[in-house]
Design a protein around this ligand. Sequence first.
Ligand SMILES: Cc1cc2nc3c(=O)[nH]c(=O)nc-3n(C[C@H](O)[C@H](O)[C@H](O)COP(=O)(O)OP(=O)(O)OC[C@H]3O[C@@H](n4cnc5c(N)ncnc54)[C@H](O)[C@@H]3O)c2cc1C
Length: 417
Amino acid sequence: MDDVNVDVLIIGAGPSGSVAAAHLFNQGVSIKVVEKSKFPRFVIGESLIPRCMDHFDEVGLLDAIKKADFEVKTGARFIKGDAVCEFDFKEKFTEGWNWTWQLPRADFDKLLTDELARKGVDIAFENEVIDVFINPDGSSKTTVKDKAGNVYTIYAKYIMDSSGYGRVLPRLLDLDTPSSLPKHASIFTHVKDSNRPEGKEGTLITFDIINTQSWFWVIPFSNGVTSIGFVGPIDFIESFKGSASERVSEMLKLSKHYAERFIDVPFIFEPKEIKNYSKAVKQLYGKGYVLTGNSAEFLDPVFSSGVTFATESALLASKLIVKELNNEPVDWETEYSDYIKEGVSVFSTYVKEWYTGNLQTLFFHQPENKANKEQICAVLAGYVWDKSNPFVSKHDRLVKSLAYLIDMESSSNSKSE
Ligand SMILES: Cc1cc2nc3c(=O)[nH]c(=O)nc-3n(C[C@H](O)[C@H](O)[C@H](O)COP(=O)(O)OP(=O)(O)OC[C@H]3O[C@@H](n4cnc5c(N)ncnc54)[C@H](O)[C@@H]3O)c2cc1C
């Protein structure tokens, strides 16, 4: 394989790499995408949130996705025992998309890359980045191994690291830093949903709370398959013994709402387990490189923010690279790092307050406060940069304070009874 010279090397062809590739290609930038796997390949992250529709639309990928007939997602339901809290994206504070999709990522990611290849984007599948050297001026020399074991070099002005869980640059440049979130694990599989009820109940995305720290997801796809998974502290997930299938079968008994639907349904593959999935980095960019998507940061699956964060960061980073290639000044600290960290910090609060139980207190409190619910709904839809939403601008205080007031009110009510 001959050596390659490009303006931008994109590592990884997940949603982050695909959105970046689409934008840069549309702007006439010379790019190469290097992807370790052969697509379709399994990856978790199947429930999207509306904000990512803006990104797919802007880079011209939305029409291709619409043709695929994925299951439309219009909201999400949270269940705790008999209590139910359902969010409808139509009823959200911030203007924006009211729907998105829930989909098998193997098909989705393949569709995105097929569409990019059709447009003429150069994607090398089964090619793995094994080493990177970045010069002081930002130009780089990347070593890639193809599937036959041949090694070649890519010279690039910029590297966009969209390698997800591969975390290529965080590993090679020693950028990892511990996440501030609790250490959790998840175990998940797909089932042929043969007991799926008719109508909305059959297709609704649901998060069923087992206890404050642990929960169960149900994500039905349009092809009759449903993704199921458990999330919780590592100790909790490891307290179930036996094979992965036996452990998930045991866990299913804990879901009052879903046990009957899934208990006898065979798993399509042996459940997979991921431990300690929350990741953070010391810096999101450096001279000649930028980290996007999961390679930059991953919080927690509870609000399905992963893909949207991957596409938000990829699109923004691509725009800034185009500016720089056009010799316009770019302040990566404020224009990229600060912006991305703002969104991460909002979601981080919601994840933390989910596991303290405060957010669950707000979700299930009756009677519902319509204004609060619409504002929280906008956050769950991914519109976490809308500072006119008090649940964004005061995220670090509001959830905690409201939960405190609700707790005070219920303890004074129970005393007066
Ligand atoms: C348990 C769990 C549940 C989740 N549920 C959701 C959800 O419901 N909704 C949601 O939005 N997110 C969810 N996520 C997060 C989601 O999986 C990720 O945020 C999302 O896939 C990130 O996209 P990405 O493009 O950054 O990376 P990826 O989708 O991981 O893509 C990265 C690509 O880079 C390639 N790569 C890796 N190393 C190399 C290398 N050395 N050379 C070349 N290529 C390489 C990989 O093969 C891969 O194809 C979940 C995460 C977990 C842990």
